[in-house]
Design a protein around this ligand. Sequence first.
Ligand code: AMP
Ligand code: ZN
Length: 507
Amino acid sequence: MTEAPLKLFNSLTRKLEVFEPVHAGEARVYTCGPTVYNYAHIGNMRAYVFADVLGRTLTWKGYDLTHVINITDVGHLTDDADAGEDKLEKAAAGSQRSIREIAAHYTAAFKADVAALNIREPARWSVATDYIDEMIAFAKSIADRHCYMLDSGLYFDVSTVEDYGRLARAVTEEGEGRIDAVEGKRNAADFAIWRTTPPGEKRQMEWDSPWGRGAPGWHLECSVMGEALLGFPFDIHTGGIDHREIHHPNEIAQNQAFCGCGGLDDARNSGAKIWMHNNFLVERSGKMSKSSGEFLRLRLLVEKGYHPLAYRMMCLQAHYRSELEFSWEGLGAALTRLKRMVQRIENLKARHAELVSASMPDASNWSHEEGWSLKQVQDDELESWVDFFINFDASMSEDLNSAIAITVLEDVLARKKVLPSETLKVVAGMDAVLGLDLLGLTRSDLRIRPVSATITEDEIEAALAERKQARAAKDFARSDAIRDELSRQGVEVMDGDPLGWEWRLER
Ligand code: AMP
Ligand code: ZN
């Protein structure tokens, strides 16, 4: 049995396709990054967890990965189509800080969330304002044949490229209705690639250009940075599913114009071979937003006592193309699942240490960087592990089915009568793909004391006494409910603790 071919869902063709790299042995991936005018919410972070799992899977499959994530610090308007103000200009107008300060602050906060979620750093963070010259050169090269001037800027005429809007499938009338009419536009879907500063107005972010002083359009940025850093066509372009409707069709149109390419029956003409989109994280009340309701930042989760990697687990439990509904119960269940895995791994580590100190045959110098791959397991004839690897590989190769891959890893952890060092090497190999940091985490890392924890010792003792009674009466539902309630208050009940501690306050 051999490795499964990697199949990915291409939004452009709406089909699963076998990944075949543009450059042998390499994978070049571009991910639309955050607009740094505010904190990212956990829905935004789902997009980067997804891109990270994609990148890790490409590495697992042996490709040399080059991943670029951009930072949008200019050009993104308050509406994805051509309406509204620049998000950063707007944020600065309401504060004492400059756009640069605002962008630096939210970029740092974003990178902290990336690290907390164990998302690997990309090869490049490309910052939009570092590419203004390249954007002007790109726009110049397509302006004559594909663009026209209006008072408000240089507009791209979408009728000048074949198959405009194919990624979105249909430029519906409803869709068009959403796009604000700009007087003089030739087609409703035409968009600004350079926005000229209106006379008498001064923007913080503006540059000279052949089309007057102004700022680049948001879609232009991604086309330019993708081309500059990865070269057209590169392998995979990712983003959230909202980008399938406006941002990416517009990027594609610009890319076609730039390459002088034909229609999209050949996906490479779009600038990338495969376009992938993660579905949304939603709240029960609807779409997640930075402005309405409780603003779900990763930090809020931590304040409530949930480790960031519990959120990563929650993302991995769902398929990236399915909508995922956020709930605190769901997050709690993901945390419990992670705790179980980490607890089992701690036991394996302890058992391994015992074997080493007793100079047992297993006393190899295992270190947790060392993980097995499918190939190693096959080459070294570690037969009892081969099926686990094949199943794991097959799951991830089937459009990144991490939900199934986690269950394979749980089966690995449930195996009895195997040397702990072997199990740990399998975990290391598989977790390099899932990125749950299973070998780095300890149980105590996962016990985060909610900032609101105020429970007193007397209250804890009273609850535990009640729980004992419930258990004596075999009312396990009640006893579990008491334990869960204590856990919500930051108290971990420690049944059967070898040192006899009945509970501890989580920190
Ligand atoms: P933004 O900073 O608004 O440009 O968004 C950053 C990324 O998050 C983009 O790829 C969006 O498509 C994605 N995104 C926005 N909202 C959600 C959500 N609720 N769930 C998943 N991804 C989202
Ligand atoms: Zn983009």
